[in-house]
Design a protein around this ligand. Sequence first.
Ligand code: DQA
Length: 151
Amino acid sequence: MNTPKVLVINGPNLNFLGIREPNVYGHDNLASIEANLTAQSHDLGVSVECFQSNSEGAIVDKIQQAYGNTDFILINAGAYTHTSVAILDALSAVSIPFIEIHISNVHAREEFRHHSFLSAKALGVIVGFGVDGYTYALDKAARYLKAKAEH
Ligand code: DQA
């Protein structure tokens, strides 16, 4: 059996984790989050590819390129969560199950962060647990893919 592949997408300004508003997003940087996910993936029997872009079009391109070769997507679309029909459409187009992640509790923040264009199509949403949310999401993705392989 091929090793299932999980694509981790981080959107705008998440390359500034560790620098950006540490009171909201914590002190970990994206490189350490990605390294932890890669280490975790070995224990879970999945492979992980990590991608970050500040550009909406580049994220749409990356999702399209995942078609046919990726089993699951974890996505923190950053501010595009609240604005991007294009990212929603790309995720719908490729029909790859995905989990939406937010480091902060967006529901405890400004009103404009309460709506997500992605949530209705997500398998689930992980919000407000800091960078641990990525770990929880990868664990769930691996469980989901294992259950699917057994059926
Ligand atoms: C975020 C929440 C968004 O509202 C914000 O624009 C981000 C990060 C989070 O991880 O908490 O860039 O997605």
